[in-house]
Design a protein around this ligand. Sequence first.
Ligand code: NAP
Ligand code: MG
Length: 462
Amino acid sequence: MKAHDGMYIDGAWRPAAGRDTIAVVNPADEQVIAEVPAGGAEDIDAAVRAARAALPAWVATAPAERAARIAALRDVLVARKGEIAATVTAELGAPLPFSQAVHAGVPILVAGSYAGLAASYAFEEKVGNSTVYAEPVGVVGAITPWNYPLHQIVAKVAPALAAGCTIVLKPAEDTPLTAQLFAEAVHEAGVPAGVFNLVTGLGPVAGQALAEHDGVDLVSFTGSTAVGRKIGATAGAAVKRVALELGGKSANVILPSADLAKAVGVGVANVMGNSGQTCSAWTRMLVHTSQYDEAVALAAEAAAKYGDRIGPLVNAKQHARVRGYIERGVAEGARLVAGGPEAPREQGYFVSPTVFADVTPEMTVAQEEIFGPVVSLIRYEDEDDALRIANGTVYGLAGAVWAGDDAEAVAFARRMDTGQVDINGGRFNPLAPFGGYKQSGVGRELGSHGLAEYLQTKSLQF
Ligand code: NAP
Ligand code: MG
């Protein structure tokens, strides 16, 4: 695969300060496909300086001009969609149709939505005898994970550009090629030099240097709760803004009046997509005791049908971790009805679509984020019991409710401690705010709420 041997800083590809590299591995066959430089504090410092220097001119551009640049970026993503999908498939392992539809398709939608918002957002508002201006927060340090490598970059960079911020991105070490492709797209779109900068590198080195840099005004992080907590503490100590999109353990609540077969089928597919590496996946399926056995049979069948269409996990560490969780489920008394801890292929980091029955709410597989193709079926006695179980983790990122009619599902969803709920299947909406209650995070991404994360207000009184 094509790779740049440098960092994208101040509008050009520049050599890294050091000589360390990251080997990029295809998780489907464990072959090294490219090498990229592993940046350090010096590279981060150069990138932050470039972003700081570019800030005054970018802040001063009219929103319509920023909108035009984001629209151009969207057009480049459209033109290079095939290349993007192939790159995500090579370094993440997602099956090509999923890469085309989701990994390449969703960022195009999101970039398009911010081209629209940049042009239409009310950056100025009258409040009584005051005029309130929404101004950019300044230089953004963006740290992203590998599971939706381009989406998570675009969900930060597009609103930051729309707001008038400049950016330094440190992408995940497992998916740097997608990030390099994105930097090329930004360049092609005519975004001025220094407005967007890319430093590839390791989390505890380049990521930490970015989070700690005093030239950064806002740190926007997506990833694990463990790292998010650390970044939040660092930002708090520096009185710096922070946005955290963290883990989840979302509930798929199937009320007795629901279409059971549909709810179970969609629910299993929701977890297996992207090999279970989705922070908002509905990994706990809650079923009324009267329908439990039928739901278990339907889920096992759906998982078995999924079979070979599933991609590998991203790397050897996640492979070992997910299989360890499956072994732990068995050890704690959950019943395997599909899949299991054995690797289904000799090569590649594959895990079979796995379904656990007889899961109780306190089991490890019902509490911790597995980040693999594993769904746990939990039985409930009545609605209050279902609500207690649904709300009974430290997380609150997403969820689903199924019922005979939307009103019944909405009544339940309103009692859930979570940031986003799909009603009877729902549909993805790139303008709806996405983010967590409880330990799933701080702040929101997407739409106007996502844009507001990159703005601060100034009020003038008359
Ligand atoms: P992670 O370590 O939190 O990685 C997320 C990003 O933070 C990556 O760019 C990472 O760099 C960087 N990072 C790591 N340590 C850092 C530090 N000390 N300071 C600043 N940045 C740092 O997540 P992971 O190791 O890839 O995955 C572990 C678990 O996190 C998964 O099993 C899953 O449960 C959860 N996860 C959640 C999401 C989500 O969307 N909510 C996404 C991914 C993972 P490196 O790539 O070099 O580590
Ligand atoms: Mg990591």
